[in-house]
Ligand binder design. Sequence first.
Ligand code: SAM
Length: 256
Amino acid sequence: ADFGFERVTPEEKTSRVYSVFERVAGSYDVMNDAMSLGLHRVWKDVLMERLAPPHGTRLLDVAGGTGDIAYRFLKYLKNLEPPGSEKPSHVTVSDINRAMLDAGRERWSTSHGEWTHPDDTVDWLEANAEQLPVDDESYSAYTIAFGIRNVTDKTKALREAYRVLRPGGRFMCLEFSRVDNRALSWAYDQYSFQVIPALGHVIAGDWHSYRYLVESIRKFPDQETFAGMIRGVGFKGVTYENLTFGVVAIHSGFKV
Ligand code: SAM
């Protein structure tokens, strides 16, 4: 596996990714806004609109970090018409990194009452996406946002997604992808390699972690290749949608 420009073992890669997120956990939410100019909020909103979960959904949000997807999930359900949820919904936020989950839990403990339906529940699970401590066919939806590119063995993570979903369950992934416009692609490169590490340095005091994040984006497979990987583990009806000219893409697939 690669890390930066070096070649390292898979174990070493997992452990280096771990320390990157350990270092950035405290400044993660602020950095997300700064680096994406707030766009990550819009992209995550679109992901939830596409998933359009009905009451009674059991969502597993993998690499869930500080809980942005879970937050949108519960908010979406609270605003559903008709509002009554005789079928309670549940979301599990899972992440390999305790520091990220702790940052999320802390943010939530103060505010979640206002935008959560009283019957809907959330739990937090420390887990590697490659090996989820979760029963077979126990969730109706699986999401992973800006997470899969950090996972060392992506196919293994996709197989786990397939395993934990019930038949009829849906897989959705939001991830950086390939920009499909040449002029924009040039500007995006400049921004990524010059501005983002500099922002990392100024806001989080950490140039290298943010340089890693940019490199991991560049190494991630393009839209079609990733769609092929999703089909490869058995998902059907696999599609993707580009957002912001392919800066990010939403991939979707079903277990039948
Ligand atoms: N989904 C959140 C969001 O969109 O704001 C967090 C995204 S953050 C860029 C990536 C997350 O992936 C980090 O919280 C990191 O700890 C987690 N991660 C990295 N490798 C992982 C793995 N193998 N299994 C589970 N989570 C992992």
